[in-house]
Write a protein that binds this ligand. Structure first.
Ligand code: SF4
Length: 227
């Protein structure tokens, strides 16, 4: 399907100089953000550019969108990106395909470097999505470089994770000190990426609960969720 992608492109990117200029735009944008700068300092920025293959029906999603191809395969970092987005994505470990939800869009990432962005009607919209996505991918490469690939057990545990697992070590007093009405609402916010576990002061202050959290989640997932 992909070789015919240009046929469906609304604004095909056909000129090599233009492609390089677009890639440079993205690189400059990344360099101006904290994650990008950190990754660059560590020499671990891995993905700097991509090629817009064109607009077409997104392989996994029942809507039109844009398909891009990153400059390199990303299979090694997808399990890490999954852990970093646990609760806000779907991950198929057998195929190593990750689907993120971003601003009402579904974005499917494939190990060979293809990225399918649903509900992106213009190249400009796709470029905005890609600017943030490259940032996240390179942050995941930084995590991979510092902490290594996740084990199968870590991935399995993350696939099973629900807000009920977090309730096992939250105090359960519904005190509201975290800004949420209940511990359950807080747990759901954590899994939606809207809160960090450390924002519960009572969990933070209770060494036994923190240890239980690390045993329940595993130390990497506990850290990624803010403990
Ligand atoms: S601060 Fe902690 S104990 Fe209080 S409601 Fe929030 S999660 Fe529950």
């Amino acid at each position: 399907m992909l070789p015919h992608a240009y046929k469906y492109s609304l604004q095909p990117v056909t000129d090599m100089a233009e492609r390089k200029a677009k890639a440079l735009d993205i690189f400059e944008l990344l360099s101006s953000c904290p994650w990008g700068t950190r990754a660059q300092e560590h020499g671990q920025k891995r993905i700097r550019s991509y090629e817009v293959l064109g607009f077409e029906r997104v392989p996994l999603l029942p809507c039109k969108g844009v398909v891009v191809k990153l400059e390199k395969p990303i299979g090694d970092v997808l399990p890490v990106l999954f852990l970093m987005n646990v609760g806000r994505c779907s991950y198929a470990p057998e195929e190593n395909v990750l689907t993120l939800r971003r601003g009402g869009r579904l974005i499917a990432l494939y190990p060979d470097g293809r990225v399918a962005i649903g509900r992106a009607w213009t190249e400009e919209a796709a470029r905005r999505v890609m600017a943030e996505l490259l940032d996240e991918i390179n942050a995941a490469y930084e995590e991979l470089a510092e902490h290594g690939p996740p084990s199968e057990e870590e991935v399995r545990r993350a696939l099973r994770l629900s807000w009920r697992d977090l309730m096992a070590f939250l105090p359960g007093t519904n005190c509201g000190d975290c800004g949420q009405a209940t511990c359950q609402a807080f747990a759901i916010s954590v899994l939606n990426g809207l809160a960090r576990l450390s924002e519960c002061p009572h969990l933070r202050a209770d060494g036994k609960k923190r240890d239980l959290a690390k045993r329940t989640l595993g130390s990497r997932l506990a850290r990624l969720l803010g403990l």
